[in-house]
Write a protein that binds this ligand. Structure first.
Ligand SMILES: *Cc1c(COP(=O)(O)O)cnc(C)c1O
Length: 411
């Protein structure tokens, strides 16, 4: 078991310790929810203010050229590429994760015809399942969704399958899929593999090209610190880009948007995966979020993530022994992302009591208490204090108080 002093020592020796100063963190708050909404970078407010006042207010429409607003989707993508093990010409920032999944899954199906099966797992993040269900429900019947349990995925890969679509790090349990092995298994039967990196990028080292991944999508507002509702991104392996055409064929994906031609003609490369106009303010904030990774090694980020998670779990095991928690994530840090979870039937109320004490995690139905560790700003001592507060709440039974039982709209 580690003491508070051990944790302070770990922080003092932390090669990533300097990065916390890149964020504006409320005094006294322990924030263990960077996996849901990344913290605010210190530069974001001034940059967004500049985009509003000078670029929008002063230069008005000229800023599409003078401030290169039009180039934002590719400019932002250049900062994402090294974090996910992709080439700069294989990524573009656009839309939301949900919309990007629709675009890429639909494009993959069209390419894979007459195959029509999309394989996924029943534990996949709800929006991913809903989007694939929506694709299946489209008139024309081009898609058939096959949803199986995690352990059955490899057996379910056969030569009916057009696409396997999975979330790399599970949003609840934090379990990591073996991207290289599953992608290789998909390729052996002629299927494509699409990875949702929402809970991976910025937290674990990724090698999309190293794993031979075909397609990927991911979220901008979690570990990438892009701000609430930030744009998302998508990846298409170079060799597939000109073979895929996505169905939300808007003008920004046209080969020559400002010719205003009446017939759609997809742009070359990643631009064809755009639909409409980029969300300029959101992109500006996203760009600042990504700058927090300047000079940061993702190998070091993942290494710290693993130690933070192990520290949390071992402290819970030793200090909350009879509290009724069940560890709901892989105990082996090589098998999980940068989040851990505890199961408890009263998890919602316990989490509310913890938040009232200034330790922010979150809750996922039915009984999952989730704690995410963003290695750029979470300190070892934060983990220590968080478990101290958790142990106190369990000892005092404070979570029984009525105010902690009432569910808010967003958990
Ligand atoms: C957070 C998350 C999303 C978010 O999708 P939005 O379109 O931004 O709402 C999608 N998939 C996974 C796996 C996520 O973790």
């Amino acid at each position: 078991m580690r003491t508070r002093e051990d944790c302070l020592k770990l922080d003092a020796d932390d090669p990533l310790g300097f990065a916390r100063a890149r964020f504006s963190m409320p005094e006294g708050l322990i924030y263990l929810d960077g996996n849901s909404l990344g913290a605010l970078p210190v530069t974001t407010a001034a940059r967004v203010e500049e985009v509003i006042a000078r670029e929008w207010g002063g230069d008005l429409i000229r800023s599409w050229n003078t401030a290169d607003w039009i180039g934002l989707p590719l400019r932002v993508a250049k900062r994402i590429a090294p974090l996910i093990g992709a080439g700069e010409d294989e990524v573009i920032a656009a839309d939301s994760t949900s919309v990007n999944l629709f675009k890429l899954a639909a494009a993959a199906l069209k390419h894979q015809a007459p195959r029509r099966v999309i394989l996924t797992e029943g534990e996949n993040f709800p929006t991913d399942q809903y989007v694939l269900q929506g694709l299946e429900a489209l008139p024309g019947g081009a898609a058939e969704l096959r949803t199986v349990a995690r352990e059955e995925l490899l057996d379910a890969l056969n030569d009916d399958v057009a696409l396997i679509a999975l979330t790399h790090v599970d949003y609840k349990s934090g379990a990591i899929h073996d991207m290289a092995a599953i992608t290789a298994a998909a390729h052996r039967v002629g299927a494509l593999a699409l990875w949702d990196l929402s809970h991976s990028a910025g937290a674990v080292e990724l090698a999309l090209n190293g794993c031979g991944a075909d397609l990927a999508i991911g979220c901008g507002y979690k570990y990438l610190n892009g701000g609430p509702g930030a744009p998302a991104y998508l990846f298409v392996a170079r060799h597939l880009q000109d073979k895929l055409v996505q169905p939300l064929s808007g003008w920004m994906g046209h080969a020559a948007p400002f010719e205003f031609a009446s017939q759609y003609r997809p742009a070359a490369g990643m631009l064809r995966f755009l639909s409409g106009t980029p969300v300029v303010l959101g992109m500006a904030a996203f760009e600042e979020g990504l700058k927090t990774f300047d000079g940061i090694s993702m190998r070091e980020v993942q290494a710290k993530a693993r130690v933070l998670g192990d520290l949390f779990l071992s402290l819970v095991e030793s200090r909350c022994r009879d509290a009724g928690f069940v560890i709901g994530c892989p105990r082996d840090s090589a098998k999980r992302g940068s989040q851990v979870c505890l199961w408890h039937p009263e998890g919602y109320a316990i989490m509310q009591a913890l938040i009232a004490e200034g330790v922010i995690g979150d809750f996922r139905a039915p009984d999952v208490m989730r704690f995410g560790f963003a290695p750029l700003y979470t300190r070892y001592v934060d983990v220590f204090e968080a478990v101290t507060k958790l142990a106190e709440i369990m000892r005092s039974g404070r979570w029984h108080e009525g105010c902690f039982q009432v569910r808010a709209a967003v958990t």
